[in-house]
Design a binder for this molecule. Structure first.
Ligand SMILES: *Cc1c(COP(=O)(O)O)cnc(C)c1O
Length: 243
């Protein structure tokens, strides 16, 4: 496949961005919510730096990268002063050190082991990190995240680690046959989010419920998402297959 030129990619983004913002606003209003309650995070894996910066210049204010290596390659050139950068991919413990001071949040903390390493390095570097606890809401073997039945206990363990602030939950539900099944997963996430918030646990905030991607963000908003992570619907189909 021929690689698209930057100007083609800019144009794709310019067409998609207002449409996605409008779809987010519509989904919010339909659910009786305010559009401002929902943050659009652009999933920028495989998207070239120039295109991401164009997006930021058009007003994009939050992005998420999946791979540490790719984030580091782009990091210095990013128009960071206008955009919040988060990490949304699977993370190996030996790569945590590269993220400290670079991302505002690690959304994909699915184990106490990973959280402990984040905590250890934060202490060492005299810094802190916001995290979302990733929930394996479909209990899929292929996916990371905490099993739903272990969520409370895991939150309780992670919140006690110094240097870490739990800021919410994140999930990637399984591929579903229909919207009802999908909404079942999203609603279960929302319920956990509300239940944990109601407990008012020390050092646990439920500020962010990150769920919904290109194919299902309106449903996620209907079910209570406060952040949607959208990639291909903003930037076009990715050129390279990504694990
Ligand atoms: C790629 C990715 C997305 C966005 O996926 P699209 O289907 O392209 O919108 C969202 N979340 C995570 C964790 C991703 O890796």
């Amino acid at each position: 496949m021929m690689e698209k030129s930057y100007s083609e990619r800019f144009q794709i983004f310019d067409e998609n961005y207002p449409r996605i913002l409008e779809e987010i606003a519509k989904a919010a209003e339909k659910a009786g919510r305010k559009p401002e309650e929902i943050t659009l995070l652009a999933a920028t894996k495989t998207v070239p730096l120039e295109v991401i910066n164009h997006a930021i210049d058009q007003g994009l204010s939050c992005l998420g990268e999946n791979r540490v290596q790719e984030l580091l390659e782009k990091y210095d050139g990013l128009h960071k002063e206008h955009c919040d950068i988060q990490f949304i991919g699977q993370l190996q413990t030996n790569k945590v050190k590269y993220l400290l001071g670079k991302v505002s949040c690690i959304q994909s903390v699915g184990s106490v082991k990973l959280a402990k390493e984040i905590s250890r390095l934060c202490l060492k570097e005299n810094t802190s990190m916001k995290v979302l606890i990733e929930v394996n809401i479909g209990r899929e073997e292929s996916k990371g995240g905490v099993m739903p039945e272990a969520l409370l206990e895991t939150v309780d363990e992670i919140r006690q680690l110094p240097g870490i602030q739990i800021a919410g939950l994140m999930a990637i539900p399984p591929i579903c046959e229909n919207k009802a099944e999908l909404c079942g997963y999203f609603s279960a996430m929302r319920q956990s989010y509300v239940d944990i918030a109601a407990k008012k646990i020390d050092n646990v905030r439920m500020d962010c419920l990150s769920m919904g991607m290109s194919s299902d963000f309106p449903e996620a908003i209907a079910c209570g998402a406060t952040m949607v992570r959208v990639g291909s619907s903003l930037f076009g189909k990715r050129d390279y297959p990504q694990h």
